[in-house]
Design a protein around this ligand. Structure first.
Ligand code: FAD
Length: 338
């Protein structure tokens, strides 16, 4: 899939032509995200999305020309797959608590530690990795290193509820040598990189959710028109018809809130409030819509044969990944002066 998408220019929509990109912008990427969500496999969208929306943007924004040639260009060509390694067994929401340590030696760093729940963690050729570069770590002691899969890097795939088509893995670093030229951005300035892409990552998740909601609604409405109970189509029963109306209203509301945040983001504003609200609203609403669609399918909805059980499992990740609902509420609490 990576090679096929690259062949159509879809892995480099927003990236400059000099590195093989299409020279487009975030709006082009937004269309890709919605269309990927419409293929109906959350895992596929997640694997491609991790590569395009979270692993390569820091290289594009903070990388040297040499780093862009060595990592961004082959990533756009689909030759190298990227992953973003921030989360650790002991540090998820509390990113500053991460323990992976990069110790300075001549010519670079020696990296030791463990990352977990990393999308593309098994197949990635390089991992954009957050590590402590001071003894204390924390907000002023974390840096990013681009780590090639090689000696000292091992990974193991995790089993999960949904997103089966994406590989999610634990990655261990054991005395991994990382050359000086693979420091991404400023030394001890890793938090700047983390914060810089959060808005886009969360917007991307919101866009994926609204497209998945739309698809699920269309499929469920058509099921409710065809399936009969008590001598008439399901949607001729008022309770089901009203449910479908509520779901359409929810999907539309989510789209409006997301597009408002996207419009502001593309216009160059700093729409922290709107993006955070869009992420918070859409992820829970998407899971609730999938669950309601599953209910309308009755027993069929519980069967592997039907798309909707997968959609419900895939949607469950939204309120957890990319900053959980609780963390979105914490951010909004601060933004709203509470
Ligand atoms: C399928 C999948 C793919 C992922 N892909 C990646 C990836 O590619 N790269 C990467 O770096 N990470 C990835 N993650 C990790 C993801 O970002 C974290 O799981 C998420 O940030 C939550 O962290 P945690 O799992 O450690 O939960 P914790 O931080 O331990 O939180 C546990 C619970 O406590 C709540 N909580 C935590 N702090 C507070 C608080 N202050 N107030 C109230 N409630 C709180 C949380 O909301 C959550 O409900 C992925 C996760 C999954 C499941």
């Amino acid at each position: 899939m990576f090679a096929k998408l690259a062949g159509q220019g879809l892995l480099g929509l927003k990236y400059p032509e000099q590195y093989g990109g299409e020279g487009g912008d975030y709006l082009h990427e937004a269309v890709l995200i919605e269309e990927l969500a419409r293929i109906g496999s959350g895992g596929t969208a997640a694997g491609i999305g991790a590569h395009v929306n979270i692993a390569t943007p820091p290289i594009w924004k903070f990388g040297s020309d040499d780093q862009k040639r060595r990592y961004l260009a082959p990533a756009i060509r689909g030759e190298k797959i990227g992953a973003l390694g921030i989360t650790e067994p002991g540090a998820g929401s509390d990113v500053a608590a991460l323990r992976t340590r990069a110790e300075r030696i001549e010519g670079g760093w020696v990296l030791n530690g463990e990352k977990t729940y990393i999308t593309n963690g098994e197949r990635a050729h390089f991992i954009v990795t957050a590590a402590k570069t001071t003894e204390q770590g924390g907000h002023h002691g974390i840096s990013f290193l681009i780590v090639d899969r090689g000696e000292g890097v091992s990974s193991s795939k995790l089993d999960k509820l949904g997103w089966d088509a994406s590989d999610t893995a634990t990655i261990s670093f054991e005395d991994v040598f990382v050359a000086e030229e693979n420091l991404l951005g400023g030394l001890h300035e890793g938090f700047v990189l983390i914060m810089a892409n959060f808005q886009w990552e969360r917007l991307a998740m919101a866009l994926g959710a609204v497209a998945a909601m739309q698809l699920a609604w269309e499929r469920t409405a058509s099921f409710a028109r065809e399936r009969h109970a008590f001598g008439r189509p399901l949607c001729d029963h008022q309770a089901i018809r009203h449910k479908l109306v509520d779901l359409a209203t929810s999907a539309h509301t989510c789209r409006c809130v997301t597009y408002d945040a996207l419009r502001r983001f593309v216009a160059g504003e700093d729409p922290l409030r709107e993006v955070t609200m869009a992420k918070l609203l859409t992820q829970r609403a998407s899971f609730e819509l999938m669950d309601a669609c599953l209910q309308i399918h009755g027993g069929a909805g519980y069967m592997r044969e039907y798309w909707v059980e997968r959609a419900a499992r895939d949607a469950r990740l939204g309120p957890i990944g990319g900053g959980s609902d609780e963390i979105m509420r914490e951010i909004l609490g601060r933004v709203l002066g509470l």
